[in-house]
Design a protein around this ligand. Structure first.
Ligand code: C2E
Ligand code: MG
Ligand code: MG
Ligand code: MG
Length: 274
């Protein structure tokens, strides 16, 4: 039921995706205790203007600190969160963290930066998350202006109509919505029609070795043209070297992020003391 209505799903003895119930149980417990023990962290990566190299904002990315102090990336725990009704809690925590960062007046976040948060399709179709959206966004115009939502539609295509309600809610508050990982997964142009997004983030698969690549080159140029005509932003993900940044900029992509500019790091490290 959690993945949507009108679906059939094969349940094997070894559980979902080969995860045994015992392993899943431990993972859920570990994640739950991470919440209780405040072992979730906000990391951030700058989003830069490819023309000037100046940062225009940052994307917030979650991390989990393990028992041994190790920093665990989201691909290790997001699937667990999504399968076990913890993703809304995680996305709510991140949205509130974004609000807190912006709210700390003089807290060191450059005044002209926007802040993006990733939201799962499952959260977007969850009424509890709708409540958090309304609570946070109705509290201040600055939050509505500066928090930007990144959505990946691969999460729950079957729950589409409810997800759409969540996106409409964000837009009704006047917040911006970016389509994440464009070009990967289930992205289709139909989303542009129904979503009225404010920007497209091009997945790393398409942004590397642009020059002369028979697929990446036309895809990048097409997205640049498309976003210009629609009057929305194009942001290239996963830029790892100067030549890639130049090639993307030469094809009309204005914004980008990637290890070349900045590696994700604890958000505190990006705040400049007053
Ligand atoms: P994403 O939103 O597409 O984020 C981009 C990912 O690419 C991040 O991985 C980032 O660290 C990584 N990256 C950035 N620049 C480069 C680069 O130059 N090269 C390479 N190889 N990778 C780069 P990360 O932080 O591991 O996050 C993975 C995914 O987890 C994110 O993909 C996003 O979909 C999801 N995620 C992260 N935080 C949250 C969250 O708070 N809520 C939800 N629902 N999802 C989240
Ligand atoms: Mg993202
Ligand atoms: Mg992405
Ligand atoms: Mg993603």
């Amino acid at each position: 039921k959690r993945t949507g209505r009108n679906r059939a799903c094969v349940y094997r003895d070894n559980g979902i995706d080969g995860v045994t119930p015992a392993v899943e149980f431990n993972a859920v417990n570990a994640l739950q205790s991470a919440f209780d023990e405040q072992r979730l962290r906000v990391y951030a990566q700058k989003i830069v203007d490819l023309e000037s190299g100046n940062a225009v904002g940052m994307e917030l990315l979650t991390r989990l600190v393990g028992d041994d102090g190790s920093v665990i990336p989201p691909d290790r725990f997001l699937p667990v969160a999504e399968r076990n009704d913890l993703i809304t809690r995680l996305d709510s925590w991140m949205l509130r963290s974004a609000a807190r960062l912006i709210g700390q007046n003089g807290g060191g976040l450059p005044r002209d930066w926007y802040v993006t948060v990733n939201v799962s399709g499952l959260s977007l179709s969850d009424l509890r998350f709708h409540g958090v959206i309304s609570e946070v966004l109705s509290s201040s115009a600055e939050l509505r202006d500066r928090i930007c939502f990144e959505i990946t539609e691969s999460a729950a295509p079957s729950n589409w109509h409810v997800t759409l309600k969540g996106i409409e809610l964000l837009r009704s508050h006047g917040s911006r919505v970016l389509l994440d990982d464009f070009g990967s997964g289930f992205t289709s142009f139909n989303y542009l029609r129904h979503l009225q997004v404010d920007g497209i983030k091009i997945a790393q698969d398409f942004t590397s070795s642009v020059s002369g690549d028979p697929i990446n080159e036309p895809v990048v140029s097409m997205v640049a043209q498309l976003t210009r005509k629609l009057g929305i932003q194009a942001i290239a993900e996963g830029i790892e070297d100067a030549s890639t940044a130049r090639q993307l900029h030469a094809r009309g992509i204005r914004l980008g992020q990637g290890f070349f500019f900045h590696r994700p790091q604890p958000v505190e490290d990006l705040l400049v003391p007053a």
